[in-house]
Ligand binder design. Structure first.
Ligand code: ZN
Length: 222
């Protein structure tokens, strides 16, 4: 199966579904990731920092075993200024190449505006027209963006991917590639919180480790 991850910033793919990517790759699926911004522009546009972030993304992708389908060059934390059509066209270009059967993207209620716009672009590019071959669009959670969002759009997983301890270890190593983004505990982006989230999501569905997702739209096979 071809799986496409649509992530606003490099690190969102690992925070949101790093363990699931490790599992899917282990099971022989092909996982492709499209990023939209350099992730550092809002902290002062700095090409050195952007290069570090891109190298981190490549290192994380190598650890997880996925491929990077592209880096959008949109302004960080300003995707609300980019026409939705442009974002959707970027997704559509990658969609034509990858032809994914499943798509994973941001939760529509995240605090981060880039996350919300990428979710909208995903839903636009994968609207269910006759002949659409993508069977599922699901949303992942990103620490310090999803749980910090509006309480009116609370994240409540409706689908889970069970992980082995080795999948979680792989995801933690990939997160470690983003050393500049990891925060000290008790920040929600700490390694401790990264592990705790997977413990809690696992317990929610009766297993040791899991990542939780919300279904945006899914055509369930008979
Ligand atoms: Zn992000």
């Amino acid at each position: 199966m071809n799986i496409l991850i649509l992530a606003a910033h490099a690190d969102d793919e690992t925070l949101g579904c790093g363990g699931a990517i490790a599992r899917w790759v282990r099971e022989g699926h092909r996982v492709h990731v499209l990023f939209f911004t350099d992730g550092v522009g809002s902290r002062g546009r700095n090409s050195a920092a952007a290069k570090v972030r891109r190298r981190a993304a490549q290192a994380a992708a190598k650890i997880l075993g996925c491929s990077i389908a592209g880096y959008g060059n949109f302004p960080d934390n300003q995707l609300d200024r980019v026409p939705l059509l442009k974002l959707a066209q970027t997704v559509e270009r990658v969609k034509r190449k990858v032809q994914p059967e499943a798509v994973y993207t941001h939760f529509w209620g995240d605090l981060n505006i880039d996350h919300r716009r990428v979710c909208e672009a995903a839903l636009t590019a994968f609207r269910p027209q006759p002949g659409e071959t993508c069977r599922a669009v699901r949303a992942f959670e990103v620490a310090s963006a999803t749980e910090w969002g509006s309480p009116g759009a609370a994240y409540r997983p409706t689908a889970y991917v069970e992980l082995t301890e080795a999948d979680v270890e792989t995801a933690v190593r990939a997160y470690g590639a983003y050393a500049q983004e990891v925060r000290a505990d008790p920040h929600s982006r700490s390694v401790e919180a990264f592990l705790a989230r997977r413990v809690v999501r696992g317990r929610e569905c009766g297993v040791a480790w899991a990542e939780g997702f919300m279904v945006c739209r899914e055509l369930i096979p008979l």
